[in-house]
Write a protein that binds this ligand. Structure first.
Ligand code: ZN
Length: 203
C-alpha cells in the first residue's frame, strides 16, 4: 500500500508557510514504512531539529481505480480517520530552497501515524467533518472538511489521473493552520469531533 498526501489544501496553512494557494492539488507520497498504527510511539529522528505535526483527515481506498470521475469517487472510499503527516521542516526548507524533491523531509520511517479507522460513506457525508489535534492536552490544530480548497471528490479524481489507487491505500487530505514542532515526551491526541482516534507519545 501507499500513502498519497495532499499539500497546501487549507489556505490559512499555505499562508503560514508563505506558500501560494494552489490552483490545482499538490500531492506527494510516503511509503508503507512511514505508517505507525495502534498508537505506536513516534521516535524523534536525529536528522532533524524541527519535526512538525500536521494533523489531517485520512481516507482509506476500498478498491482499485484510475481516471475516477468526481461523481463516482464515493465508490472508492470506505473509511476515514485522522493521521499525522510528520514533516522535517528544516530539511524541507533546504530541499525547497534548492528546488529538490521533499522525500527525505516527508517520507521517513514512522512519519505517518494513522488513527483508528471509522467506516465512511462519502455519498452521505453531507455534514462538515471537524477534526483537531492536542499536544499535551493543549489544542494545537483544528479544521473542518469544508475548509479544504480541494474536496475529497476532487482529490480522488485528480490523483487517480496520475496514480492508480489500490485497495488499502491511504489519502492524507492536507493540514489546517497551526503546525509546530514536537519534542520528545510530547503526547499527541487527534480526534474527529469528540472521538479520539489517535493517541501516542513522541519518544
Ligand atoms: Zn501534510
Amino acid at each position: 500500500m501507499k500513502l498519497i498526501c495532499i499539500g497546501r489544501n487549507y489556505s490559512e496553512h499555505a499562508k503560514e508557510l508563505n506558500n501560494p494557494v494552489p490552483e490545482e492539488p499538490v500531492f506527494f507520497m510516503k511509503p508503507d514504512t512511514a505508517v505507525l498504527r495502534d498508537n505506536a510511539p513516534f521516535y524523534h529522528p536525529d536528522f532533524s531539529n524541527d519535526i512538525h505535526h500536521e494533523v489531517e483527515l485520512v481516507l482509506r481506498v476500498s478498491k482499485a481505480g484510475k481516471h475516477i470521475s468526481p461523481e463516482f469517487a464515493h465508490l472508492y472510499v470506505d473509511g476515514i480517520t485522522v493521521g499525522i503527516d510528520f514533516t522535517a521542516r528544516d530539511l524541507q526548507q533546504q530541499c525547497k530552497a534548492k528546488g529538490l524533491p521533499w522525500e527525505k523531509a516527508k517520507a521517513f520511517d514512522g512519519s505517518a501515524p494513522v488513527g483508528k479507522m471509522l467506516s465512511f460513506n462519502l455519498s452521505e457525508a453531507m455534514e462538515p467533518i471537524q477534526f483537531s489535534l492536542t499536544v499535551n492536552d493543549a489544542l494545537r490544530q483544528q479544521g473542518s472538511s469544508t475548509e479544504m480548497i480541494f474536496g475529497f471528490r476532487e482529490i480522488i479524481a485528480y490523483v487517480s489521473r496520475f496514480v492508480t489507487l489500490k485497495t488499502g491505500d491511504l489519502i492524507f487530505t492536507g493540514t489546517p493552520a497551526g503546525v509546530a514542532a514536537v519534542n520528545i515526551g510530547d503526547r499527541l491526541k487527534a480526534s474527529i469531533g469528540d472521538l479520539c482516534l489517535l493517541d501516542f507519545e513522541v519518544k
